[in-house]
Design a protein around this ligand. Structure first.
Ligand SMILES: [Zn+2]
Length: 484
């Protein structure tokens, strides 16, 4: 990264992160069934397999047909790992390991408002519910309470990576970064930039102030995690209506100079699109062109929603290699519309899933996955749809939740599946087996009778699963959540 005149880190850390990026104490060996996405339409099932994870949290071996005895007698000696320096986790029968979910779009600051949207749509929802709550998080103890909870809650649902929007407040945004480090969640941390549209009590005073504060947050994250091993700063213009042309121009310049990722919203709601057209009459004809004019459509840009993009806009997004975060819960909840995911995928645009809390009401990427299925069916029911082809399958939405999300956040080399060299960001999933009523496990909402295929078990999990099925969660090899 070149010299961009970042100020030196001054923000006080509220949370100790001294143990944050420490490698796990022991080598780890996982035994059982491993499921991950192989291609958009296909899951791969590895049964009776072993995955070895070194002390840095990196997968160093994926070994099929390896039971406990074979692991002890063959795999550990091959790796030159002593058994007393290796922690073994075996999935119980019926349990499986699945890559951690990647939430490509959510607002940490809005978590207390999940479920609160009434009958609002985007612009009135912002004023009624969102801006007052976000502004209140400049109260650091309140921010600490909210941010700790949202990280713990999303981890408990298997979200190992989150692309967060915080607020405009620098200390609170830095606190979110510190908490992700200490609680062990991989995250992109965005200080929200907005110098217009918001209420006077919740706005950056000028483009210059917005840039200075953004640089302070970038500097803080880089001071805490210089190699961006767990947390990454992300440049975050809230959305075009909330950012003046000079601010967006400077943010585009900052993205170019730092090569950092960018996140924003696009084409969520028809009134919002009309507002963009009225606010930026000279910048371009469309919402996407407004961002492009200011250099904000990069190959590291995450565009949330993309519900009403035109053909030409989608072509521009593809050309710039920008990514899309599909947020079906939010799009239904605040009546935004149905994003045409198949159409985006057919164009070659990378798509991941986002919960978009609190436009979306659920912290669960699994919930987003099942809503992605349902929204795709609503598209099929619309006249003029290509019908069957528009439907998304269970396999496809799980791909979006893992591999797709990894591409959207630019980490496809690190996370999303079980390949040697990737990091162990994983969840252990357990479904209730009807025949084992008294084994002490929490039942949850999914009943398995014993005659289901593995594909059927996964489908049952997608449609009826929740955090009760997420037994353990690891990020970079570190156990970050365990259900007791
Ligand atoms: Zn959002």
């Amino acid at each position: 990264m070149g010299d961009i005149g970042l100020p030196t880190a001054t923000a006080q850390s509220v949370v100790s992160s001294s143990t944050a990026i420490q490698p796990p104490a022991k080598n780890k060996l996982f035994l059982g069934t491993f499921i991950h996405s192989k291609t958009l339409a296909k899951l791969e099932f590895l049964h009776n397999a072993a995955v070895a994870v070194n002390k840095l949290g990196t997968i160093v071996a994926v070994s099929p047909d390896t039971d406990f005895a074979k692991a002890q007698n063959s795999l550990l000696p091959q790796l030159k790992w002593a058994s007393d320096d290796t922690e073994i986790t075996a999935a119980k029968p019926g349990q499986f390991f699945f890559p951690g979910f990647i939430d490509t779009h959510l607002h940490a600051s809005q978590y207390p408002n999940v479920g609160l949207f009434g009958n609002s749509t985007l612009l009135d929802w912002l004023n009624t519910y969102t801006f007052p709550l976000e502004a209140s998080l400049s109260d650091i103890p309140k921010a600490q309470k909210v941010y700790s909870r949202v990280i713990r809650k999303t981890l408990s649902h298997g979200t190992t990576t989150a692309a967060y929007y915080a607020t405009i407040d620098v200390p609170a945004t830095n606190l979110l970064a510190d908490l992700c480090l200490s609680l062990g969640q991989r995250a992109l941390i965005g200080r929200v930039c907005m110098d217009q549209l918001g209420p006077t009590y919740y706005l950056d005073e000028s483009p210059a102030e917005s840039i200075t504060k953004t640089k302070e947050c970038i500097q803080h994250v880089l001071a805490k995690d210089p190699k961006m091993e767990l947390i990454t700063p992300i440049i975050t213009p809230r959305f075009a209506p909330a950012c003046s042309a000079p601010l967006m121009k400077e943010l585009g310049q900052l993205a170019r100079e730092t090569d950092l990722p960018v996140q924003t919203h696009i084409s969520e709601n028809k009134n919002e699109i009309a507002l963009v057209a009225s606010l930026f009459p000279d910048a371009g004809k469309s919402y996407a062109e407004v961002y492009d004019t200011f250099g904000l459509l990069t190959d590291k840009t995450i565009l949330a929603h993309a519900v009403h993009l035109t053909e030409k806009e989608a072509d521009l997004v593809k050309k710039r290699k920008s990514k899309v975060s599909h947020c079906p819960c939010s799009n239904s909840a605040i009546t935004s519309g149905a994003a045409r995911v198949r159409w985006l995928l057919d164009k070659g645009i990378e798509v991941g899933l986002g919960t978009d809390m609190s436009g979306g009401y659920s912290p669960s990427v699994l919930e987003a996955a099942r809503h992605a299925v349902l929204v795709s069916r609503h598209i099929c029911m619309d006249e003029g749809s290509s019908e069957e082809r528009d439907k998304l399958s269970v396999e496809e939405v799980l791909h979006l939740a893992t591999r797709g999300g990894a591409k959207v956040v630019g980490m496809e080399d690190k996370i999303g599946g079980w390949e040697v060299g990737k990091e162990w960001d994983a969840q252990l999933v357990g479904l209730h087996e009807v025949d084992s009523e008294d084994d002490g496990d929490e039942e949850g909402n999914v009943d398995v009778f014993g005659w289901e295929s593995w594909e059927e078990k996964v489908a049952k999990w997608v449609y009826n699963g929740d955090d009760r099925n997420t037994k353990k969660v690891w990020v970079r090899g570190r156990l970050v959540h365990e259900r007791r």
